[in-house]
Design a protein around this ligand. Structure first.
Ligand SMILES: [Fe+2]
Ligand SMILES: [Fe+2]
Length: 257
């Protein structure tokens, strides 16, 4: 992946495993940061970012949506990288503006289907078939044929991995299907043909590389992952842990300390 730097983190999900929380630097002629990591790991994130790009170099921050695990270091990044513009959906920017003063003169509003030219390639906003936030826009990079898919293609996996190939097929299937149901519970009430049509649009796009925010990088796995996702509407809906689960977790934590 000479063109893309992965800024990887792993968030432990008690009793279930780990969720990757990835941001990416696309080393385009005008370099682009896709998402800004978790606020809870701010120091590590800013250090990792500084190690792959100089302060004057970064030209774009592409925010896939305004969920906290994607905006964690956005304000810090805009301060530290003064030339960078913020590419995001209008609704994401307006929602964030209720919490902090987003510098509107640095903002670039994108809808699905819109593109920006970053010198040596076009980056196109693509709404993934599943999302947990209406502002979601993934990124299709026409030079590397990579799809930065936001929460889509995510999976909770038993242990952190650097590459999707390092996850067993069974763990990958369970993780992908479970995450899709948990993160986009509406998939169970959608018209199946509409959902299959949305998966087909990604199939036709044919990305060679999948860079999900919540899966280790996956090369040549698009068809395999799409086939897994086609099973989600008919799968058993994910049920979030309840209070008795929390009490168990707290008791274990106490016992272990
Ligand atoms: Fe999200
Ligand atoms: Fe996310």
């Amino acid at each position: 992946m000479p063109d893309v730097e992965v800024l990887a983190a792993n968030f432990p999900i008690p009793g279930m495993g780990f969720l990757a929380v990835n941001s990416f630097v696309i080393k385009a002629e005008e370099p682009v940061l896709v998402d800004t990591g978790m606020g809870i790991e701010s120091e590590e994130f800013m250090k990792a970012l500084a190690s792959v790009i100089d302060p004057g170099e970064l030209r774009w921050v592409w925010l896939t949506h305004d969920d906290a695990d994607h905006t964690g270091n956005l304000q810090k990044v805009l301060e530290a990288f003064p030339r960078a513009r913020l590419a995001a959906n209008a609704l994401a920017v307006l929602r964030m503006s209720t919490a902090w003063a987003v510098p509107m003169d640095r903002v670039y509003w994108l809808n699905s289907g819109d593109s920006i030219n970053v010198g040596d390639r076009e980056l196109t906003a693509v709404r993934p078939p599943l999302f947990d936030n209406p502002t979601t826009i993934g990124v299709y990079d026409n030079k590397t044929e990579a799809f930065f898919s936001a929460d889509f293609f995510g999976a909770i996996i038993p242990s952190p991995a650097r590459d999707a190939d390092d996850v067993t097929e069974g763990d990958l299937a369970q993780g992908i299907i479970g995450w899709a149901s948990a993160d986009s519970p509406w998939v169970h009430i959608t018209e199946p043909s509409g959902f299959i049509g949305a998966l087909d649009r990604i199939r036709r796009l044919g990305p060679k590389m999948i860079f999900s925010a919540h899966l280790p990088p996956a090369r040549g796995k698009t068809e395999q992952l799409l086939e897994l996702l086609a099973r989600v509407p008919a799968s058993t809906p994910f049920v979030t842990p309840d209070q008795s689960a929390l009490e168990q977790i707290l008791a274990q934590t106490k016992g272990g300390s």
